[in-house]
Design a protein around this ligand. Sequence first.
Ligand code: ADP
Ligand code: MG
Length: 706
Amino acid sequence: MRPPRLNPLFATARALKGVGLKVEALLNRLVAPAHQGAHARVLDLIWHLPVGLIDRAIAPNIAEARTGDLATLEVTVAEHRTGGGRRGARAPYKVLVEDDHGASLELVYFNADPTYLKRLLPVGSRRLISGRLESYDGWLQMPHPDHVVAAEGAGNLPLHEPIYPLTTGLSNSVLRKAIGEALTKLPKLPEWIDADFRAKHEWPSFGEAITRVHAPEAEADLAPSSPARARLAYDELLANQLALAVIRQRLKRRVGRSLTTPGKLRKAILSVLPFKLTGAQTRALSEIDADLKSPHRMLRLLQGDVGSGKTVVALLAMAAAVESRAQSALMAPTELLARQHLATISGFAAAAGLRVALLTGRERGKERAEILTALKDGSIDILIGTHALFQEAISFSDLGLVVIDEQHRFGVHQRLALQAKGTGAGAELLVMTATPIPRTLLLTSYGDMDSSRLDEKPPGRKPVATRTVPLERLDEIVAGVARAVKGGAQIYWVCPLVAESEMLDLAAAEERYAALKKQFGDKVGLVHGQLPGKEKDRVMAAFASGAVSVLVSTTVIEVGVDVPNASIMIIEHAERFGLAQLHQLRGRVGRGAKDSSCVLLYRQPLSETARERLNVMRRTEDGFVIAEEDLRLRGGGEVLGTRQSGLPAFRIARLPEDQKLLEAARDAARLILTRDPVLKGAYAEPLRLLLYLFERDDAIKLMRAG
Ligand code: ADP
Ligand code: MG
């Protein structure tokens, strides 16, 4: 239960003075977190931090204002002067404003959108403007003011006014008032940061920090490095690290079983593998073996690029579990991938006498019942399935090891929590991810987790020659495809992400498919997420057998699919894909003996970051490098915040910039939990408040559960 004194913060914003239906709707749009049923709460307003300030201390009238000064002036909009210069000459857009003494000044906009400016500065309206002054042709001008806000109620404004990110229809002053009200609801809270640590950084208390961030007095107060902001960022990171540490500890605390040293079964598998393990695979396995043998529970991340050979490592780990007479489960994010794992594993597993079964949404009725029975009576050694299976009531005879194939980075936090409760609660846990995770992200999404890296490709892999080509040259590419098909090549053709809507993506894929079919007939296949499972299998099988040469698809092929003969990857509208995704897609080729290539088709003009992304793809194939570049290009805030990444969204902390604070938070969380593993002691009360405050209280529930 949430401590009652925090309740006012979790009330809807509507409860605030001055917030009526209309403002509430605007606030909902502006700050409501999606998971909260789209209702803005008092807390959401408190976390809504200013991005600028109006320093009304510098408020001369126009006559006194000097060129070169940063000035904040209260003015009336007199006239809009649209460029009007000679044809071809791009004259700037000017807005003439006047102060109460009749002196005037020009606001100057280059490449302006007149509609926008007319809305921002209607003739006759009163505005507070702030920006740097210049003179031109004897005119006093303010090119591109930093701030333009309505001047209503300016008389009783404080000297410094925070400027908040807004939404259409909501003015800064209305929002400022609402936030001001929200701040009055903040209860007095005890300190949760270690006194020495806080003193060292000269951080204010939590309450003071919140007050200060909403009342900046200088630009420096807006900087992430300001003591108030840094403190809040640390608070947020501490809540994050503490929650993860609690989950992790709960997973590990239960004295795990000591699985025996792998021997016969593993040898049997190794003897039928058509290759030798890479050094990285051997290293990862010995790390896993050490975890399995130890009395603590394994909680390990296995990171490795597509094609780095994670599946084999998983199989050998599972063999070790089976050797200790325990069962293993391998869970994949999609059905397609579950089947792929089955295909990779079953041959080798059979050689060692391991009994493997597949269970997805597609096994129904009698077949399903039989599998469930066999799981229960122990006649299945390894179960391969989809993540969804965790939500079901499946009982094993004795589940010893769970391998989760993440591929993507989504939902890991939740999944770990789920794992702690559901199927496999007592089992050793290995999480595989094909998207290498930069250290920063590893910490924020998994906490202080053990990790093994497969940073060495199996021998014989050839580099994938990567080219970027503008869409205008599509015909050339199609001609190239025709030549390649004639020569026996197989090609993936990935269609654009049109929207975050499967239907629209599908339409694009179908269109491309139809166009290619005209030329290549039955040699083209189409696969997408909406296809019924059987049909998907049929197309994939046709591609695997070589009957289909060109496989057109939406991004479903991103996860899974291993067709070594496929040597060309074409990605349409590559500029719309994230780096991690491009990297994953490209990893589908370069697995066989043929020279491979990847064509990134893009639409011009490219945005700056899109261009950089494509350049990174051309430059390197190293997933760990690409992951770091991805983080750099996206800017941590976005990486961590996007739904797509599924990583915890931070409201205040910014990564990777706040890396140092993150590491400090990790160390603090570690220390706190060694002293008090369930945060029960009286001194832990502030920390429990912290978890509620940052809505990481699922960790508290977990502790209570055992
Ligand atoms: P991942 O799951 O990491 O993407 P896989 O485990 O599917 O990679 O392995 C990709 C391919 O490489 C498979 O065909 C696998 O049999 C093969 N492979 C794995 N390890 C090695 C190795 N040490 N040497 C050669 N080939 C390997
Ligand atoms: Mg794999």
